[in-house]
Design a protein around this ligand. Sequence first.
Ligand SMILES: [Zn+2]
Length: 281
Amino acid sequence: MKAALFLPLLTVGCFGIPTPLAPSVDGSVGVPHAGVLRGAEELPVRGPGFARLRPKSPNYWGNPRLVRGISAAARAVTEAAPGGAPLLVGDISAKRGGKIPGHRSHRTGRDVDLLFYLTTPSGASVPSPGFVKVATDGLSQVKDDHYLRLDVERNWILVRELVRSKEAQVQWLFASRSVEALLVDYARARGEPLDVIWRAETMLLEPGDSSPHDDHFHVRFACSADEEVAGCEGGGPRWEWLDTLPPLPDLDGRALGEIAKEDPFGLEAAHHATPALGSDG
Ligand SMILES: [Zn+2]
């Protein structure tokens, strides 16, 4: 019984509980809808293949891995399909995270909104005029007599780069079912690698608890293994192609003895805890 009482105190003292108030945590801290951000990097106003939707907004701060991941994916799109309009990037997070207007999540630098690449009905790439809804046939009615079309080729390349990037470690690509169907059908017809298509099908998801995301992608990055240790909280599945989390420490008697040496509470916990681990004796 004593072990059960002492173990939480040991954990506080030695590993640091990941909360926004604990000074030892870093990076994306907490879950996307209730967390903060430290050590953020700001997405530039524009770069190769991308531009901010709101150049002067203060909400372009993200986990550095997100900023690199988005930049790399946008660059890959322009290299694979040159001459198109840039990827327009919506909100990321505030410099220190927390709530920003118009979003429930976007609090830990792991969420970003990406506008769809669009073309004219005849297929010429055009800059997105904003959050325009794409119907099941891929068309978007911008005004009474003005239609645009989902740029299936460029949106697929973007998705492909995000889902196959080992460094980016994307967790979800929220988008409507019809956008997913259009992109996956295109990828299959093109003969793209099946494992990449499988990842895309797995990570593309129409959210059940918010808008269907038929006017933009909402990309959520996973916590990396290092970030989990520093306070990042997942809130979702961990795909097998992402890096693995560090193993939990093996808390045998010897390990507890080591931990107890650093115990700032002076509880001499090892003495009490060692024999009782794994039982409530
Ligand atoms: Zn969003």
